[in-house]
Design a protein around this ligand. Structure first.
Ligand code: ADP
Length: 397
């Protein structure tokens, strides 16, 4: 007997994250395995975890086992087949970073959709081509499976026009130069969790802070994104592990004209050498910075916290107040000290955090008198993809 499963794939420049969910029956997809191949094309490593309560296992791979996305997928699949011989992938769900102006929900990838995704590559040259490589690889490995695209931009597509534009000549809006917003799969998950555990808050004014290696914030009104800190690319807004976040465009002209840097050098600096890494000159990893006893590390953390508080004020103004502030992502879910500092002296906005609850990483970390409920909800982007894959598969049958 075969077991219907969905694979979710998240292909980055040198990594391929995957998960496998049991989609038999009517309920939620059930996680069977999660993992990833890192350093594709270099000295690759494979990380796997079979079920959330099992330990994660890391192993080195030979270079030929992951010289490109297709061979990395092959290696991961061989492991999954050995562990779950009865599993049959009926549908593969892909995380696709950019859905352009039109895709406002997950879609089945047919030839026309694939063509449109390729046409969107110039909007996200560092991400989209890798996502497409993941689709191409999965089509070869699973010619009979349904392929589904889930977009990081989709959740924001219905945000108001005023948050969709930049104040540059109008013709560029029509050419696609818009404020798209990203991390949409995470925001969709958090919004769904709020609807489930706190429906009144879901129907209210919510700010979600997704603070991981990539970081952004989103203002959500009655389940709908109304503003977010990322814009045309996932570079805007908050400083991140290695990305600079909001920057005066004049800095770009200066770096090119006065410092003689090329377009590619500036781009690489802003994407890979800035943020916490650039400011601290030590690491992009918040844990390392929190333990580093040097002023540069403190300054990087100060800037991270400062920008989050500043954006929180702006998003709160957009919403006319905040009923709930939700933290997620590796830093948001774990960094007690960062949450404490972000929420310090915010009683004017209705936020009062309970020190003990914060230290315990409780789901609700605000005091019972806090007007705004402050919550920690672990995000789960893979589950959002698995749900969409299961739903679209059912619609096809
Ligand atoms: P990505 O955006 O790559 O998915 P994650 O959501 O996994 O990233 O977040 C990674 C970040 O979370 C790193 O900066 C890491 O240091 C931070 N982090 C994870 N656990 C902790 C912790 N216990 N305390 C502080 N920071 C943490």
């Amino acid at each position: 007997m075969t077991l219907p499963v969905t694979l979710t794939l998240n292909a980055g420049s040198s990594s391929l994250k995957f998960s496998m969910y049991n989609i038999a029956g009517a309920g939620e997809p059930q996680l069977m395995a999660v993992g990833g191949v890192e350093n594709i094309g270099g000295q690759p490593q494979l990380k796997t975890q079979f079920g959330l309560n099992e330990p994660a296992v890391k192993q080195d791979l030979a270079a030929v086992q992951a010289q490109d996305h297709s061979s990395a997928l092959n290696t991961a699949l061989a492991l999954l087949r050995e562990k779950f011989p009865a599993a049959k992938a009926s549908v593969v769900g892909h995380r696709v970073v950019h859905g352009g102006p039109h895709f406002s929900k997950a879609v089945v990838i047919n030839d026309a959709v694939l063509k449109e995704l390729k046409s969107l590559s110039p909007l996200a040259p560092l991400h989209e081509p890798h996502n497409i490589a993941g689709v191409e690889a999965a089509k070869i490995h699973f010619p009979d499976a349904l392929q589904v695209a889930c977009f990081d931009t989709a959740f924001h597509r219905k945000h108001p026009k005023v948050n969709d534009t930049f104040a540059i000549p109008r013709e560029y809006y029509d050419k696609g130069v818009r404020r798209y917003g990203f991390h949409g799969l995470s925001y969709e998950y958090i919004s769904g969790e709020l609807e489930r555990i706190a429906p009144l808050l879901f129907a209210g004014r919510v700010v979600v802070a997704h603070l991981g290696n990539g970081a952004s914030m989103c203002a959500i009104l009655n389940g709908r994104s109304v503003a977010s800190t990322m814009g045309f690319t996932p570079l805007d807004g908050l400083p991140m592990g290695t990305r600079c976040g909001q920057i005066d465009p004049g800095v770009i002209f200066y770096l090119q004209q006065q410092e003689g840097l090329s377009v590619d050098q500036v781009r690489d600096m802003f994407y890979y050498k800035s943020g916490l890494l650039g400011l601290s000159d030590i690491s992009n990893d918040m844990r390392v910075l929190l333990n580093a006893q040097v002023p540069e590390a403190h300054e990087a953390i100060d800037y991270f916290v400062f920008r989050i508080r500043r954006e929180l004020g702006g998003l709160a103004a957009t919403l006319g107040g905040v009923d709930a502030l939700v933290f997620c992502g590796g830093i948001g879910e774990n960094a007690v000290e960062i949450r404490r500092r972000i929420c310090e002296d915010l009683s004017w906005i209705g936020i009062e955090v309970d020190t003990n609850k914060n230290e315990a990483n409780a789901q609700v970390i605000s005091t019972e008198f806090s007007r705004t409920r402050v919550m920690v909800i672990p995000t789960n982007e893979e589950l959002v993809i698995a749900r969409a894959a299961k739903r679209l598969l059912a619609e096809q049958q």
